[in-house]
Design a protein around this ligand. Structure first.
Ligand code: ADP
Length: 302
């Protein structure tokens, strides 16, 4: 099985011609409430791509939490390890999108900050998995504890190091595969990923931390794939008409692990994940944009 430990957010999205400046009030054209959060998006992407998926997470005691969890159940996700924390909100993201498709995001972590190593202990069966998928919207100590326990039981530990932050070697040394975007790769290595040579350097710096597989996602360009001891390579993405890149990285990660869970070779799994992510950028929103297996297969076969 595949286990995701991570965040759940409710995204409140307003589209505006331009961002308001401090003290200014602007009226937007469109408002939507969309399920989001990197952990949730990646769990949903994995499940829709066909993987049996366990999700360890926290929601608050607000009304929307129930709807969110029902959504995960509808996608076939095992939600037994999602705990409801009283007295806090479910994670919230306030997202403004301008006419250029750029966004600004304010987060209130709420229940995500309450996902503790003790909760992992209560659901330790979930960490006896083949693959563990982590991101950085929950406490670092929880990620370290999850990685250590899963790895000790033979799991492949995969870290999507998003949002960008520097990380201690105590976490990086437990990671088998890491999937930063360009910003995150730069934050972790100090190397600006401006071309293939720089991508190779950044990958080498991450290999030096003991990470076997490095996949740097490069937006519309595709990914830089590097395995320890082998030359890295650029794998081009799919050409699509992008309208909203929210959750592209999350879709990539969830679909990648779903493909690996089905024993696909790494290259094929990356292709599969890129197809899924390409579909997600042709649709609006976070979880609303994440494709199902049949759509991914159709793009791969086209
Ligand atoms: P993040 O969303 O985390 O910043 P990226 O922007 O690198 O991550 O996107 C992740 C993956 O999604 C890319 O490696 C690529 O496969 C796919 N993708 C992103 N943007 C596009 C696009 N405009 N067209 C096609 N594929 C895309």
């Amino acid at each position: 099985t595949l286990t995701v430990v991570g965040s759940i957010n409710i995204d409140h999205v307003i589209r505006l011609a331009q961002f308001p400046r401090p003290g200014e009030t602007l009226t937007g054209s469109d408002y939507q409430i969309v399920p989001g959060g990197k952990g949730a998006n990646q769990a949903v992407a994995a499940a829709r791509a066909g993987a049996q998926t366990h999700f360890i997470a926290c929601v608050g005691d607000d009304a929307l939490a129930k709807t969110l969890v029902e959504g995960f159940v509808a996608d076939g996700i095992d939600t037994q390890a999602i705990e409801s924390i009283s007295g806090v909100n479910t994670g919230v993201a306030l997202i403004q999108v301008n006419n250029e498709g750029e966004n600004t995001i304010s987060l209130a972590a709420g229940a995500n900050a309450r996902l503790t190593p003790e909760q992992l202990q209560r659901h330790s069966g979930g960490l006896a998995c083949e693959q563990l998928l982590l991101q950085l919207e929950i406490p670092l100590e929880t990620n370290i504890a999850a990685a250590a326990q899963a790895k000790a039981q033979g799991a492949r530990v995969v870290l999507n190091p998003a949002p960008a932050q520097t990380l201690p070697d105590t976490l990086l040394s437990l990671v088998d595969m890491i999937t930063p975007n360009e910003t995150e790769a730069e934050r972790l290595t100090g190397i600006r990923v401006k071309d293939d040579a720089a991508a190779a350097q950044a990958a080498a710096a991450l290999h030096a931390k003991g990470i076997n597989t490095v996949i740097i996602t490069l937006g519309a360009r595709g990914v830089w794939l590097s395995e320890q001891g082998k030359p890295g390579q650029l794998i081009a993405g799919f050409k699509v008409n992008a309208i909203d890149t929210t959750a592209a990285g999350d879709t990539f990660n969830g679909a990648l692990l779903a493909a690996l869970q089905q024993q696909q070779p790494l290259m094929a799994a990356v292709r599969f994940a890129q197809a899924a992510a390409a579909l997600s950028v042709t649709r609006h929103g976070a979880q609303t944009s994440i494709p199902y297996l049949a759509d991914i297969q159709a793009l791969l076969d086209a």
